[in-house]
Design a protein around this ligand. Sequence first.
Ligand SMILES: [Zn+2]
Length: 267
Amino acid sequence: MSECIWNQPGSLAETFWKNGKADFPIYDMHGHMGAHYAIYFKICEAPEMVQHVKRIGVKRLVFSHHEALWGSVRNAQVCEICKQFPDTLRMYLGIIPQRQDFIKEDIAQFDKWAPYAVGLKFLPGYHGADVGDSRYEYALSFANERGLPILIHTWGEDPSLLKTIQKYPNAKFFIAHCCYGAWDYAIRCVKESHDNAWLELTAIPGDRGIIEKLVDGVGSEKILYGTDMPWFDEYQGVGGVLAAKITDEDKLNILSRNPERILGKDF
Ligand SMILES: [Zn+2]
């Protein structure tokens, strides 16, 4: 792997350190929104979040609202928030396995929510399920039919993840947090997929050496950038990717090009 020296004149990192802003469009593919009982967020509502991420050069923030993952706010309401910031916000429909009624109602409205709704979000661990749980089948079949992304929260190894990726070859699996800690399993999930799985970096940029390992394992074309914003800050995330010992081409793939390849240039 050829290394990029962070302060090399004209490099992405050097330019960013100098300007405090990227001169290419950044796609943050893993965000949230709204307050959370477990933590204090200074910036967690749409107007402030949009203003903050635009400062650094984020073109699109694709998020799932905290409350939509618990059912106290519905996906339809989240779409109304997106409409107020059409240039920046896109959403994943929060999928709650215990609420098949919500899943069916919301999926029936998916087309109505274009272009804001771009995919689905699963939070298996928090919902007391694994990805192979039958209560995800309806949503998985829909994503598979349409070729839609599903951002799946992972942490450690869930043996049903790889089986599910293989069972739904047209769905696009975004593996959030790269099965944090189970790096080799995450790499396997991409390599043994039908070219329908990507690793998403939330929580990784603070760990030295992991981005390099993942790029080495699957190639930068299969890696997506995300922050969990507001849980992690946009500057920490971008800084971590730009400071990694990978090439500028790799960095552009991760921060900018891959989402355009998957979802189209102006999704
Ligand atoms: Zn998240």
